[in-house]
Design a protein around this ligand. Structure first.
Ligand code: DC
Length: 221
């Protein structure tokens, strides 16, 4: 039987870490939908397209073929046959993805790919609209969040650990701005699905969040 788990929430809530762990525990496939929007954004940046020029975004979108594969259990994103996974986690690509993911043509294309993946295999899929739009029949829906300060602090520590100079207040400002954009766009804005369980990870460890989701899952299967 195919079972899907949807995990939505704002940037920096820990969705990918948690979703990956849950997928591992259940031997399900982890699908990172943000990486698909990032791959599309990477393509627009490479082409020098501005997010405001809708027509250029929509034309370029038609030429961007995004496919997903797995290497040693890790999701790899291919853009027109090239593995771009290593180029996607920068702030520049993230901000471009936040802006261009509001475009209906971009969403249409990626949602179709995500729905196909959910129909073929049991997946733990994370994103912004998984419970509300992509997998409305998912057995388990989680809305994972944390305070903006907590999320900024996590990002700050991650950047510091990688030797990237950064400013905590600026990161928090960027996070609040990204939330505003993701929640206020007209198409598939980030919001908690009516049947999703709210999990606030501000005061929780990763293990606690994973255990909480697994116990919600076990109640349903
Ligand atoms: O989760 P992330 O930071 O990798 O996502 C990058 C951007 O992509 C995010 O700002 C919003 C967008 N996104 C989306 O609109 N819908 C999704 N299902 C996943 C991501």
């Amino acid at each position: 039987m195919i079972v899907n788990i949807a995990i939505d929430g704002p940037a920096g809530a820990g969705k990918s870490t948690i979703a990956k762990r849950v997928a591992n525990e259940l031997s399900y496939v982890y699908v990172d939908t943000g990486a698909m929007y990032r791959a599309m954004a990477y393509y627009f940046l490479e082409k020098g397209i501005s997010p405001e020029v809708t027509e250029q975004i929509e034309n370029a979108c038609q030429d961007a073929d995004i496919t997903i594969d797995y290497r040693n259990g890790e999701q790899q994103v291919f853009l027109n046959g090239q593995n771009v996974t290593g180029f996607l986690r920068t702030e520049e690509v993230g901000n471009m993805a936040s802006a261009t993911s509001a475009n209906p043509k971009v969403r249409e294309k990626l949602v179709a790919l995500q729905q196909k993946m959910g129909a073929e295999k049991s997946v733990v899929m994370d994103g912004r609209d998984i419970g509300t739009k992509v997998l409305p029949d998912a057995l388990v829906k989680i809305y994972l969040t944390a305070s903006a300060r907590t999320r900024a602090m996590r990002r700050y520590r991650e950047l510091n650990a990688n030797g990237v100079p950064c400013d905590l207040d600026q990161i928090e400002k960027d996070i609040i701005e990204r939330d505003r954009r993701d929640m206020s766009r007209s198409i598939s804005p980030l919001r908690q699905a009516e049947d999703a369980v709210l999990v606030d990870s501000s005061e929780m460890t990763i293990d606690e969040v994973v255990d909480r989701i697994l116990s919600i899952y076990k109640e349903k299967v």
